[in-house]
Write a protein that binds this ligand. Structure first.
Ligand SMILES: CC(C)(COP(=O)(O)OP(=O)(O)OC[C@H]1O[C@@H](n2cnc3c(N)ncnc32)[C@H](O)[C@@H]1OP(=O)(O)O)[C@@H](O)C(=O)NCCC(=O)NCCS
Length: 182
């Protein structure tokens, strides 16, 4: 799947060094906690899980630069069940602030509705993570409520979270790319 500037592709073993560095980034470690130490072995497990779609419950993709192929981030549909799914994402520090997450989330969302016939996709983020809230809003995921102290993040604290949801029948927000996956 591509939009100008980005390719969404399956994970490769060769991504291991870039993934290990990303999972060690303090913001990713805080907001996308792995539940244990990040090392070569845990990174290999992380990649193996995401490269194996055989259970049918997730679609996990690397976000790469469409020119030089460098790893920009991660986006995944997970907990896919009965036309529902959750979406998750992170972007490496060097690629932040230029629309990578919002475009990748929009692209995978469109693909999930179109190709998997999903009806609803949702995501939760800590209210202390406003960047993730903007990504969700940019990709058309409305805030549906606040969950109180609902998840323990990488800083060891339980945080309040926003629940965002998007339905296949929702209109796309102004500024969405309107491009369909190639
Ligand atoms: C959150 C994250 C994915 C955003 O990725 P990104 O590619 O930089 O996001 P985008 O460039 O698409 O920006 C989307 C919006 O977020 C806003 N934004 C980016 N960083 C922000 C920040 N620190 N505070 C507030 N808004 C921020 C952008 O301005 C943009 O909003 P706009 O369109 O109104 O200008 C990235 O910062 C990240 O990986 N953070 C650590 C891990 C994480 O938070 N994962 C999500 C867990 S739910």
């Amino acid at each position: 799947m591509t939009v100008p500037g980005l390719v969404l592709r399956p994970w490769l073993e060769a991504d291991a060094p870039a993934v290990e560095a990303a999972l060690r980034d303090p913001d990713i470690a805080r907001w996308n906690p792995q539940g244990g130490p990040v090392d070569e072995e845990s990174t290999r497990r992380w990649l193996r899980r995401r490269a194996d779609w055989s259970a049918g419950d997730h679609v996990s993709l690397a976000v790469a630069d469409d020119v030089d192929g460098s790893l920009l981030g991660s986006v995944s549909l997970h907990d896919i069940h009965a036309a529902d799914a959750e979406i998750g994402y992170w972007v490496v520090p060097a690629a932040r602030g230029r629309g990578v997450a919002s475009r990748a989330v929009e692209l995978l969302t469109r693909w999930g509705f179109e190709q998997l016939a999903l009806h609803r996709i949702q995501l939760c983020h800590a209210t202390a993570n406003p960047a993730s809230c903007r990504v969700a809003e940019r990709a058309g995921y409305r805030v549906e409520g606040t969950l109180r102290e609902s998840y323990q993040y990488g800083d060891g604290r339980r945080h309040d979270e926003h629940m965002h949801g998007r339905l296949a029948t929702d209109r796309w927000p102004a500024g969405a790319t309107g491009e369909w996956p190639g």
